[in-house]
Design a binder for this molecule. Structure first.
Ligand code: GTP
Ligand code: MG
Length: 467
């Protein structure tokens, strides 16, 4: 299908998720909307000859081929260009059944519309200059948001705050460009401080760009959830800790060492932070093939984790080569001393000393009992502090949310650095100007004022049909 044809067609789709619900939503966009609506919908009051835009009408949907009554529904017509897509649109809200909703969609298709591609409504909104590319991406991120943090960042993007930051960087580039062009056009003139100004602006812009690039890691981390692996020797109570954190018997617990063989992954919130918590097979030398496979998986889980809870039995503190390796390779390893309820003789200070001085943990131990729940709040606080510490990037929750944006920022930064180097070296100023212009182009591509069809295809494919 050609690019132009897409714009002419009237498109429709079911916009609500599939399955039974209270109501469904069917959307259409394009020049034929009013014509189609008149064909299939009969309001109880008035007719549709003088339909008002953005008014809710209640009436009945008919199959115009068989004249059969299909469903009672509410319906709204939105006249373009003041609609989501910028075109004429309608939305029908029938009862939330699977069959009736699909039937209504069929009737609309028979009336001349075609099924929308993924994200085609939003793509049209972008092509009709209703929203920027960054805002289109924000809409997708809002739909996928899994925590307050990701929602706030996506909302800041939608409300234009990210674009403002990018515009600010662009202004600085334009200032540098103007300085360079002034030097090119009037080489004999003496401009005061122009060199210092240029370099200062270049540094400030680079800083802003780097901050935005860093914000992506932070957003990603929030999106996928900070991953915490529970590791340690067999029988120390790892699975019991997982169960207590989840408040349900998710993992099998037994007094036989080597009970957990495969890893178990669950999601939970630590305060407002979504985290992935992973219970693993106990680490030890073994002849048992299945257990050995499980331990190999434990290693790879530990390797990929953002933090490790390394669990000890309070009555049996032992170290081994595996622990040494973990401590060498991982930054966030929290020693967790479990089974506090069974402590008989030992002084906790001795335990703490052993962990810090002998085993060389950099984090203080937390003492817990998975049986009674004692110490769990301290353990959660220790983890929360680690999450907060590892978060970087912008503090005002205005940052980037996609790899596309990140790559374009990197590209722009590259051009900026080149322009700066050339300026410093005294290369021909025309070359500096070219780099700056390329840098600006990359910034424009982020917002979407310049782009190409391939980029749009990739981007909108991620949306669901009907958005
Ligand atoms: N008294 C007491 N017993 C505990 C505590 N935590 C775990 N246990 C017991 O210790 C034994 C081992 O617990 P698990 O949670 O299966 O230990 P694990 O570390 O997952 O063991 P593997 O899966 O074999 O590596 C079980 O009998 C638990 O009931 C605790 O805090 N206090
Ligand atoms: Mg276990």
């Amino acid at each position: 299908m050609s690019f132009l044809k897409n714009e002419i067609d009237t498109i429709c789709a079911i916009s609500s998720p599939s399955g039974e619900g209270a109501i469904s939503i069917i959307r259409a966009s394009g020049a034929d909307c009013l014509h189609i609506l008149k064909k299939i919908f009969r309001p109880y009051r008035k007719d549709l000859s003088d339909i008002k835009s953005r008014f809710l009408y209640i009436g009945r949907i008919f199959d115009f081929q068989t004249e059969s009554f299909v469903d009672e529904a509410a319906c709204v017509f939105i006249k373009g260009p003041n609609s989501y897509t910028g075109e004429d649109m309608f939305e029908i809200y029938p009862h939330g059944g699977v069959f009736n909703t699909k039937y209504i969609l069929e009737i609309i298709l028979k009336s001349g519309a075609r099924l929308a591609y993924n994200g085609e409504f939003t793509k049209r909104a972008y092509l009709n200059n209703k929203i920027s590319l960054v805002k289109a991406e924000a809409i997708l991120e809002i739909i996928k948001a899994n925590s307050l943090k990701t929602l706030v960042i996506a909302n800041n993007e939608l409300s234009g705050l990210l674009e403002k930051k990018i515009e600010k960087i662009k202004e600085d580039y334009l200032y540098m460009l103007a300085s360079v062009e002034a030097l090119i056009d009037f080489p004999e003139e003496e401009f005061e401080n122009i060199n210092a100004d240029f370099l200062k602006k270049a540094e400030e812009s680079a800083e802003l760009i780097l901050e935005l690039i860093e914000s992506y890691e932070n957003y990603e981390l929030n999106k996928r959830g900070f991953s915490i692996v529970i590791a340690g020797q067999p029988n120390v109570g790892k699975s019991s800790i997982l169960n207590k954190l989840l408040d349900k018997n998710r993992a099998i617990v037994s007094d036989i060492p080597g009970t957990t063989r495969d890893y178990i992954e669950e999601n939970l919130f630590l305060s407002n932070k979504p985290v992935k918590i992973i219970d693993t097979a106990g680490l030890r030398e073994t002849e048992n093939e299945i257990e050995y496979e499980g331990i190999k998986v434990s290693y790879s889980q530990i390797k990929n984790a953002d933090a490790v809870l390394y669990v000890f039995d309070v009555n049996d503190l032992t170290e081994n080569e595996i622990l040494k390796e973990i401590l060498e390779e991982k930054e966030n390893v929290v020693p967790v001393v479990n089974k506090l309820d069974t402590l008989v003789v030992k002084n906790l200070k001795t335990v703490e000393n052993k962990i810090i001085k002998e085993f060389k943990f950099t984090n203080n131990p937390v003492f817990i009992s998975a049986k009674t729940g004692e110490g769990f709040e301290s353990m959660k606080t220790a983890l929360y502090d680690i999450i907060i510490k590892s978060e970087s990037g912008v503090k005002d929750d205005v940052g980037i949310t996609t790899i596309r944006q990140k790559n374009l920022l990197l590209k722009s930064l590259n051009f900026l650095e080149r322009a700066k180097e050339k300026f410093k070296e005294g290369s021909p100023l025309e070359l500096v100007s070219i780099d700056l212009r390329d840098g600006i182009k990359s910034l424009d591509e982020i917002i979407g004022s310049v782009t190409n069809e391939d980029v749009l295809d990739v981007l909108f494919k991620e949306f669901c049909i009907g958005k």
